[in-house]
Design a protein around this ligand. Structure first.
Ligand SMILES: [Zn+2]
Ligand SMILES: [Zn+2]
Length: 309
């Protein structure tokens, strides 16, 4: 579970932004809605989005479980277009789903199970359809491809990958490298603050090309298996020189805040663990969401960043 409870103090060292990382847990749970996952099926009560550009079914890339209170489950479903003809970086849809947490009732004859989770009947229904959705998506992929060229066949059924959550590890101390890493961190911190200004309209030109990619890489190396980063109301980790973009406000009028970031480790998992043929390519996907998790809209904003060259 990702917990959105972080106060970001810009006077502190850059490294003090508390970031949680999602990484493959190595095991798979069935129907537990409190687990974040890679891939999966669209819940029954959510309309599976189609790409706004090619109008094909989008791939559910990740499901992030991040409740903001004790009343509702809260998921971010992150869909991206996977078709090779549709490399537009804006082919992303984020749907926020909140469902009431139903407290466990007293059961007279408890079933013989060791599982103890919330009643997630709604979500479980979705989970039961996971495989069907994925197979439909796979069939769609295959039928589309067979019209063009026969490519690698998907040899096994698509799977999901459960994510475990942990704080980002501190950098390992390297007698030779620590000074360099410190310098990179300082420079990155300055640029990160500048990028925050860029988003809000200000900012200066960044002359240190490459430093972002290097620093990004050093943060990936702290936990190479990381698939997503979570820092609610924090900052994204830029894999490249920050550029100007505007996050549209939520329909309730509030400015969306940064919440999470998909990193390239997820592409590897989709392809080799979930057995999906992946055509999408990016270095990061930034997710911004309504700070009030309001009811006036259930969609949030995602921006994909080009692959690092
Ligand atoms: Zn598309
Ligand atoms: Zn809102």
């Amino acid at each position: 579970m990702f917990t959105p409870c972080i106060d970001v103090d810009e006077d502190e060292e850059e490294n003090d932004q508390i970031v949680s990382l999602g990484y493959p847990s190595g095991f798979q749970t069935e129907g537990d809605c409190t687990v974040s996952r890679i891939a999966g099926g669209c819940p029954e009560d959510v309309v599976h989005p189609r790409c706004p550009h090619c109008h094909e079914m989008m791939l559910l890339v990740a499901q992030i479980y991040a409740p903001v209170d004790e009343i509702n489950h809260r998921h971010l479903l992150i869909f991206g277009c996977n078709f090779p003809t549709c490399h537009l970086l804006t082919s992303w849809v984020v749907i926020r789903v909140e469902t009431p947490i139903i407290q466990q009732q007293v059961v007279v004859s408890p079933p013989p199970t060791s599982k103890s989770i919330f009643d997630t009947s709604l979500w479980v229904q979705g989970s039961n359809n996971d495989l069907e959705d994925l197979l439909n998506l796979r069939d769609l992929n295959l039928s589309k491809k067979s019209k063009k060229k026969k490519k690698n066949k998907i040899t096994s059924r698509a799977l999901t990958v459960d994510l475990e959550v942990d704080g980002e590890p501190l950098p390992t101390v390297d007698v030779n490298g620590i000074a360099h890493v410190d310098a990179l961190m300082r420079r990155y911190r300055e640029q990160e603050l500048e990028s925050a200004e860029i988003v809000s309209g200000g900012g200066k030109e960044d002359e240190e090309k490459g430093s972002h990619a290097q620093y990004f890489q050093s943060r990936m190396e702290r936990m190479p298996e990381q698939c997503l980063r979570y820092a609610y109301n924090g900052f994204p980790l830029w894999p490249c020189e920050p550029f100007d973009f505007k996050v549209p406000p939520c329909s309730c009028g509030l400015n969306r805040v940064f919440e999470s970031q998909l990193v390239p480790g997820i592409l590897w998992q989709l392809e080799f663990k979930c057995k999906l043929e992946i055509f999408m390519d990016w270095s990061s996907v930034f997710i911004y969401s309504c700070p009030a998790s309001c009811n006036s809209s259930c969609t949030e904003y995602a921006l994909a960043i080009s692959p690092i060259k």
